[in-house]
Design a protein around this ligand. Structure first.
Ligand SMILES: C[S@@+](CC[C@H](N)C(=O)[O-])C[C@H]1O[C@@H](n2cnc3c(N)ncnc32)[C@H](O)[C@@H]1O
Ligand code: SF4
Length: 351
């Protein structure tokens, strides 16, 4: 089983971000009490046995804005369920991940940390509404390493209006400086989302496929092999499980879980969640929807799409794409040869 936990607090709201994140920290105590109740209920409901969790991902929001004391009971409860070699990731922000927090997180059993870096450039950081500096980013990665984190990821954002070749080279130069301490890079092209400060500001995105291709190639030259449209380096087992369509439990505010052909949604409102953390809205997925999801996730990543989930017409279309060198067929799986057109391929083969 795989487990996602959402921590919905942030110091401030970044201009591009539509993730569930709240500025108020007054609710931490009540939130963590509810989260523990939620975890206990879910584990009981799905009859989880000891050592059965293969990957844990604590995301946000910004888990590093929450003091370590709040996590203690959560980890006391989780510890027996985590398998011996489980990959346990936590997201962190360079501003808030101070030395003692990193040390405690390592002691709690976390072995992978993902920093929201977004950029090394002060002008771009300011534009994105980030609070940290390049210096703080370098320091937090050093501190994570010093505190025993060997599996470190950096999130970057590109294809913003500032990302000309000069800016991308600046990012790559700094990535190279820090790469000895990293195992993974996530590079997301800016997406303009509703209900954010960037909403409707489509001109904030550069929309430059050639530069995007250049950035992706250069990240690979630095030694981080691409295995998904936005992910490079040592494969994140948790995300891989999502893309393979494996079952996972989601706990915390506006978290999502997936089991067989059902998706489970927790409450999206903080007070509702605190009052009723085990409440789930259930979405039943039909075969068509499940197939579409496999197409999108499979073509965006190295996972590919197995022939057995496709009908005769889809297989015929996929074979045409193989002939046109857009897909590759190996051991009954179709693999995408260009992640930048993955969504188009999925839509073309949609049932
Ligand atoms: C939930 S955030 C976690 C990191 C942490 N909260 C922080 O920002 O420091 C996950 C990542 O999604 C990416 N992201 C969020 N919104 C995005 C958007 N609109 N366009 C591109 N990337 C985005 C950012 O790179 C961000 O680091
Ligand atoms: S990008 Fe991270 S820090 Fe910024 S608002 Fe979103 S979750 Fe919070």
């Amino acid at each position: 089983m795989h487990l996602y936990i959402h921590i919905p607090f942030c110091e401030s709201k970044c201009h591009y971000c539509s993730f569930t994140s709240l500025k108020k920290k007054d609710y931490e105590e009540a939130y963590f009490k509810a989260l523990l109740e939620d975890l206990k209920f879910q584990f009981d409901y799905f009859k989880l046995s000891k050592n059965s969790i293969q990957t844990l991902f604590i995301g946000g929001g910004t888990p590093s804005v929450v003091e370590e004391k709040f996590y203690e009971k959560i980890f006391n409860f989780l510890a027996p369920y985590l398998s011996q070699n489980s990959e346990n990731t936590i997201e962190a922000n360079p501003k808030s991940s101070i030395d003692s927090w990193l040390k405690n997180m390592k002691n709690f059993g976390l072995n992978r940390i993902s920093f929201g870096a977004q950029s090394f450039h002060s002008k771009k950081l300011e534009f994105l509404g980030r609070q940290h500096t390049q210096k703080e980013l370098f320091e937090s990665v050093e501190n994570a390493k010093k505190n025993g984190f060997e599996n470190i990821n950096l999130d970057l954002i590109y294809d913003t209006k500032f990302d000309d070749k000069k800016m991308l080279d600046f990012e790559l130069l700094h990535l190279e400086k820090i790469k000895k301490n990293l195992k993974h890079v996530s590079a997301y092209h800016l997406s303009i989302e509703k209900n954010t400060a960037f909403a409707n500001c489509f001109h904030f995105k550069k929309n430059a496929p050639r530069l995007m291709k250049y950035f992706i190639e250069q990240i690979q030259i630095l030694g981080f092999k691409q295995y998904e449209i936005s992910n490079f380096g040592r494969i994140c087992k948790h995300n891989l499980a999502y893309w393979q369509g494996k079952d996972y439990i989601g706990c915390g505010l506006s978290a999502v879980g997936f089991l067989k052909n059902q998706r489970f949604y927790t409450a999206k409102n903080l007070k509702t969640y605190i009052l009723n953390p085990s409440l789930r809205q259930i979405e039943n997925l039909n075969q068509k929807e499940l197939c579409l999801e496999r197409l999108f996730l499979g073509f965006r990543s190295k996972v590919g799409v197995h022939k057995k989930i496709l009908n005769t017409i889809q297989i015929q279309k996929a074979n045409e794409l193989v002939a046109n060198k857009k897909l590759e067929l190996k051991n009954n799986r179709f693999y995408n040869l260009n992640f930048l057109i993955s969504d188009e391929l999925a839509l073309y083969l949609a049932p």
